[in-house]
Structure formats: structure tokens, C-alpha cells
Ligand binder design. Structure first.
Ligand SMILES: Nc1ncnc2c1ncn2[C@@H]1O[C@H](COP(=O)(O)OP(=O)(O)O)[C@@H](O)[C@H]1O
Ligand SMILES: [Mg+2]
Length: 441
């Protein structure tokens, strides 16, 4: 048999290249011989240096400059379009997904956008839309009220069961959410929140229990692949790397999700937040639908549900292989620790390090003396104790340990120079087994 490498089966553009979820997706596709191109609104991302990517580009921020973002995407999509008719797919990862989904028409004939339709997303978000859709579909949702105005709120105040949760209809990352135990708290809290929002906020029954993340791949609203996990709250300090996430049975979540998603005609992935007591006799309650990949994508893939590859196959052939249950009870460690390991794996080749060190030399030339000294000092302080890879992994683990959920996924945006420096240090440890001379100090 010939050992020659087959030409890539397809080409996929993966945004949000700074995140580890994008690194997971790139890995998932690259091992199926699919060519991956990374992008982000910052340079020197983990994906830009990864062995899983062939090219990388930088675009405008989707939130701050949506039009420029779409223009930049289109320009690069044209630039990297394969000459032949192999599959060419843009696979949105995180918060850029909605804008891309809403602008699918613009890219028709140019590239497939692997996101649900804007109309499907509009049935589950903002959150008051989710409430309507879930009620119509008979899916379990916390008892929810949305006062028409503050007079309406005053009229219902005495009837609202406590404790209650108030939340903006379009919050992300917990923004604006609060728990109210007393009528006074609710009255004050709601008025204050309503004063800041353009759409009247929701008041929900506070559901007992804990948070669960249900993840799924859908075609025309049909659930084709799925798994659920919990974020474990405890980090055992003594035993080193703590447990972060655990894969759990998802039958009860799947039941609600099937009902909810059917009428939306969803085609693509979604992560659905639930709150549940953990008792078989209680129905889990739907909290939120996120129309995109999730921070715990690694957990899903590591538990046996390889979503990026499944999504790719669905887009290309219309089919996905028969669903295989995820490995229940599978646990993964804190993201920082995994981050370090994933980075190390992604740099485990000579050419990856040459890319990093070439970038480092180039950027160094543009540093002012002052900037350069600052960065080196910072890296020196961060890694001075690290004489080998294991130590460096631990430093990174500590560094990212306290970061929260999605934000934890390697947030180096504010300082791309530092992230480049981190890769440079890691690369040097991998290739030469020692710190680069300028960091050693
Ligand atoms: N009705 C509720 N009862 C109990 N906890 C809730 C409720 N709604 C939200 N929460 C808690 O707040 C968190 C964030 O709520 P969510 O609606 O998902 O907002 P965000 O979009 O900011 O993530 C949830 O993960 C859950 O822990
Ligand atoms: Mg949420």
C-alpha cells in the first residue's frame, strides 16, 4: 500500500482561533484529513501556530465592527476557496455564530456555513422567545413572567413565588441575573434592571438543583447525536489537577430537547442549559439555548461524541453515522491543565516551533526596548521556575485555573504579545528542552 498522503478531503475555516474549543475542532477535522484554516480578530492565536492548520488570517471584531467583519470574512473566503469542488465549509465556534447565521445568503455559492438558520435561532433567543417556543412545544421550562411594563409588574408582585430569578432577555455570561429571596429584593432589583434594559426582563421561578449542559447535533429539528455534562464546582487542591467536568446520563434532557427543537427545524449544533435536582422523578427545566459550540467541547469529544467531525459529515453528505452513547462518568481535568497539554501536543513538531520563533523574531523587531523588556520580564516571572515541560504545564495550569467557563478558554486577547511569548517559551521547551536564552535572564 502506498504511504503517500491523500490530498485533503475538504477545507474548513475555523474562527475564534484563540480558544481551546477551536483547537479541539481543528484537531477533530485534521485527523480526518481535512484542511483547516484558522482565523480570529487577534493575531498569534493558538490556532495560528497549531500543526492542525495550514493557514491563518485576522479579521475585524464581529461585535464592534459587524460589517467590516463580514467583509473581511468574504475576502478571505474568496482567497482560500479551493480550485476544485471539494467541500468548503465555515464552521463558526462561539459568539460570531449568530451574525454568520443571519448572513448566510451573502455567502451562498461561496462556502457552506455550518450554523443553524437565523430563523431557527430566532425561536429560542432572546430568552422570552425560548419561553414561548418551549410552552407551545410542551417542554419543561421554569415558570416565567414577563411584565408588560412596571405597572403590570406592580400588579403581579404579590403573586410571584419566592425565591425568584430576574434576568435580561439577552444576557450572556450571567450578566444582570440575580436571585431575589424577598419581595423587597425583587421589587427593587426588578425595577433597577428594567430601567437598564430595552426589553422587559423576565422573572422566573428559581429552580432547585444544579446546572447541566446538554449538547446536540440536529438535522431539521431531529436530534442525531447528543451528550450531557456537568461542570463540577470543586477543585481538590491537594491532589493536584482537579476534576472539571463529568459526562452524565442525558435521557431526561434529550426528552425535553427533542420537543423543544423539533418546531425550530434546527440544523447544526446547540448547547442547551438545564437546571435539575438530579432526581429521576423531577423533570429538568430548560434555561437557555446557545446556538453554537460550547466551552466544554473537549469534554464531548473526549467522551466519544466527535461533534466537529459529525457536523462536517452532516453538511457534506446529509448523514451522520448512527449515534454512539457518550461514556458516562468520564471526567476531564481543569481547563488550564488540559490547555497546557493541548498546546504542547499542537506544537510537537519542528515546523510549528519554527513558525513560532519566526513570528517572535519578527515581532521583536517591532517592539520598543521598553515593550520588549516588559514582555520578557513578565515571561521571566511566569516561567523562571520552569526548567522543563511539566513545570511549564503547571505554570499555565495555575495561570488559567481561576478563569471562568467560556472565558477560561485561553483568554489572551488583551495581550497577544504575551500569548506569542508563551508559545515561544513552550516551543523552546519542547524543541530544545530549555527556556529560550532571553527568558532565562
Ligand atoms: N430559573 C432559574 N432558576 C435557577 N437558576 C437559574 C435560573 N435561571 C438562570 N439560573 C442560573 O443562572 C445561570 C445563567 O443563566 P442563563 O439564563 O443561562 O444566562 P446566561 O445567558 O447569562 O448564561 C444559569 O446557568 C443558572 O445557574
Ligand atoms: Mg447560560
Amino acid at each position: 500500500m502506498s504511504k503517500e498522503k491523500q490530498p485533503p478531503a475538504g477545507r474548513v475555516i475555523i474562527p475564534y482561533g484563540r480558544s481551546l474549543m477551536s483547537l479541539v475542532a481543528a484537531h477533530s477535522l485534521a485527523r480526518q484529513n481535512i484542511e483547516v484554516i484558522g482565523c480570529d480578530d487577534v493575531d498569534f492565536t493558538v490556532l495560528s501556530f497549531s500543526r492542525y492548520t495550514s493557514h491563518n488570517f485576522v479579521h475585524a471584531n464581529h461585535d464592534e465592527e459587524p460589517e467590516k467583519f463580514l467583509d473581511d470574512m468574504e475576502k478571505n473566503i474568496r482567497k482560500y476557496k479551493p480550485e476544485d469542488d471539494r467541500p468548503y465549509i465555515l464552521m463558526p465556534m462561539f459568539r460570531e455564530t449568530v451574525l454568520l447565521a443571519e448572513n448566510k445568503d451573502r455567502f451562498a455559492g461561496l462556502i457552506e456555513i455550518a450554523a443553524p438558520d437565523g430563523a431557527s435561532i430566532g425561536m429560542v433567543s432572546p430568552k422570552h422567545k425560548l419561553v414561548d417556543t418551549a410552552r407551545d412545544a410542551g417542554a419543561a421550562i421554569p415558570e416565567t413572567r414577563q411584565p408588560r411594563d412596571l405597572d403590570d409588574f406592580a400588579a403581579m408582585l404579590d403573586d410571584i413565588p419566592l425565591p425568584a430569578v430576574i434576568k435580561p432577555v439577552d444576557g450572556v455570561g450571567g450578566r444582570g441575573i440575580s436571585f431575589c429571596k424577598t419581595k423587597e429584593e425583587l421589587d427593587k432589583g426588578y425595577r433597577k434592571l428594567a430601567g437598564k434594559e430595552t426589553i422587559m426582563p423576565l422573572i422566573q421561578e428559581a429552580v432547585d438543583g444544579s446546572d447541566y449542559c446538554m449538547t446536540g447535533l440536529f438535522r431539521d429539528g431531529e436530534l442525531l447525536a447528543h451528550m450531557a455534562y456537568t461542570n463540577l464546582q470543586t477543585f481538590p487542591k491537594e491532589s493536584g489537577a482537579g476534576v472539571m467536568r463529568e459526562t452524565v446520563e442525558d435521557d431526561l434532557f434529550a426528552e425535553e430537547v427533542r420537543k423543544l427543537m423539533k418546531p425550530t427545524g434546527w440544523t447544526g449544533v446547540a448547547e442547551i442549559d438545564f437546571r435539575w435536582t438530579g432526581k429521576q422523578e423531577d423533570r429538568p427545566k430548560l434555561i437557555e439555548v446557545n446556538p453554537r459550540f460550547w466551552a466544554g467541547l473537549f469534554q464531548s469529544v473526549d467522551s466519544g461524541v466527535d461533534y466537529p467531525w459529525l457536523l462536517y459529515q452532516m453538511i457534506v453528505t446529509g448523514e451522520v453515522p448512527e449515534h454512539q452513547e457518550a461514556e458516562i462518568g468520564h471526567k476531564t481535568r481543569v481547563p488550564g491543565f488540559w490547555a497546557a497539554e493541548a498546546l504542547i501536543e499542537a506544537f510537537d513538531e519542528e515546523k510549528d516551533f519554527s513558525r513560532v520563533s519566526a513570528a517572535w523574531r519578527k515581532v521583536k523587531a517591532t517592539f520598543s526596548d521598553h515593550q520588549y523588556q516588559d514582555t520578557v520580564k513578565y515571561l521571566g516571572a511566569l516561567f523562571s521556575e520552569a526548567t522543563n515541560l511539566d513545570d511549564a504545564a503547571f505554570v499555565l495550569k495555575d495561570r488559567f485555573h481561576s478563569a471562568r467557563e467560556a472565558e477560561s478558554e485561553l483568554q489572551l486577547k488583551k495581550d497577544p504579545m504575551t500569548s506569542l511569548g508563551v508559545f515561544y517559551v513552550l516551543g523552546s521547551l519542547i524543541r530544545h528542552g530549555k527556556l529560550p536564552p532571553e527568558i532565562k535572564g
